[in-house]
Design a binder for this molecule. Structure first.
Ligand SMILES: *[C@@H]1O[C@H](CO)[C@@H](O)[C@H](O)[C@H]1NC(C)=O
Ligand SMILES: [Cu+2]
Length: 347
């Protein structure tokens, strides 16, 4: 029956896989701009083809009206979660032992609302890897995505003070390496934010093209992290001199430590056009159907696609295509890498 088919398709579209994640919100110097200047990904699935155009700003995304104003030298905070609009710290920002680097790129554009990202990019931030003392395998080490989880999905990123003023696309990328031992197994989670920088300088960082910066054979992309990792170089060019290398495993500081989700200003595009966004719920009544969830709203249950592997059940390994999410209190652990991973008690 036609209506049944439609209902099924809607249910499928609404389903988001647990574990996977998406960058969704942006803060500027501690102010919550929520989703007002993000090119929101259509789902939380990764990109695995490093040569694909989807690597620029994710699959099928288009420009939005909003632009977030950022002073040069200021700090933006990118925010990632597994489910759309779920900003709670109750669930990991990115689940299922999706360890890997978090990196941020900028490209200078004429108009961030319409730019296609074909202009040159430079890297302004990297939080990649450091050895965890006593750790046996790469899974145990410090990683950018582990820092994201520790800091409730938030990662502070300083905007260089010397880059020219004007519009930019800011591209946040989390790379998950849990299946990266096999060809094209690395998972890229990418979102572009539209920002307007003011008070900048006249630096001209070296530029690279996306796609084109990565190769599937890069040692930072094809790697088995279920074995001991003695060194790790995140893929792509080095961080530009005005940018920041964060040490993986360092403490959450700044907005990543203190910012609390609240009412959001509407980002104002340079043209003076405000994006459609929910009004602020100041009276305690629900402002609109698509209002931002409150800070303490409970996570949306992953009903349609929920799966949970119980203790000692398989949750990963070469050729495994089943559920990769362990039940509450359990972590998927590679016990015979790269062939077999199972759910064990979280230590
Ligand atoms: C970041 O680290 C890389 C690798 O060590 C280095 O090449 C680059 O210059 C560093 N950038 C900054 C801004 O510290
Ligand atoms: Cu995933």
């Amino acid at each position: 029956m036609k209506s049944t088919l439609v209902a099924t398709l809607v249910a499928l579209a609404a389903k988001e896989v647990a574990g996977h994640a998406l960058f969704q919100q942006l803060w500027v110097d501690g102010t919550d701009y929520a989703e007002s200047c993000v090119r929101m990904p259509m789902g939380n699935s990764p990109i695995t083809n490093v040569g694909s155009k989807d690597m620029v700003c994710n699959v099928g995304t288009k420009g939005v009206a909003g632009k977030c104003p950022v002073p040069a030298g200021g700090t933006v905070t990118v925010e990632m979660h597994q489910q759309p609009k779920d900003r709670s710290c109750g669930s990991e920002a990115i689940g299922g032992a999706h360890w890997g680097p978090v990196q941020v790129y900028l490209t200078k554009v004429a108009d961030a609302s319409t730019a296609d990202g074909s202009t040159g990019w430079f890297k302004i931030f990297s939080d990649s890897w450091s050895k965890k003392s006593g750790g046996a395998v790469g899974d145990d080490d410090n990683w950018g995505t582990r820092d994201l989880n520790k800091c409730c999905g938030k990662m502070d990123v300083k905007i260089p003070s010397d880059i020219p003023s004007g519009d930019y696309l800011l591209r946040a990328e989390a790379l998950a390496l849990h299946t990266a031992g096999q060809a094209n197994g690395a998972q890229f989670y990418v979102s572009c934010y539209q920002i307007t920088v003011s008070g900048g300088g006249n630096a001209s960082p070296a530029l690279v093209k996306i796609p084109g910066i990565y190769s599937s054979a890069d040692p930072g992309i094809k790697i088995n992290i279920h074995a001991a990792v003695s060194s790790y170089i995140a893929p792509g060019p080095p961080v530009y001199g005005g940018g920041t290398n964060r040490t993986a495993g360092s403490a959450c500081t700044g907005c990543a430590a203190t910012c609390k989700v609240g009412t959001s200003p509407s980002a104002v595009a340079t043209g003076g056009k405000k994006p459609a966004s929910p009004t602020e719920a100041t009276t305690g009544t629900v402002a609109s159907a698509d209002a931002q969830p409150a800070a303490d709203s409970s996570p949306q249950p992953d009903t349609a696609g929920a799966c949970a592997v119980s203790a000692f059940g398989q949750c990963g390994g070469n050729g495994y295509t089943g559920c990769t999410q362990c039940a509450s209190g359990l972590t998927c652990k590679a016990v015979s890498p790269p062939y077999y991973s199972q759910c064990v008690a979280t230590s």
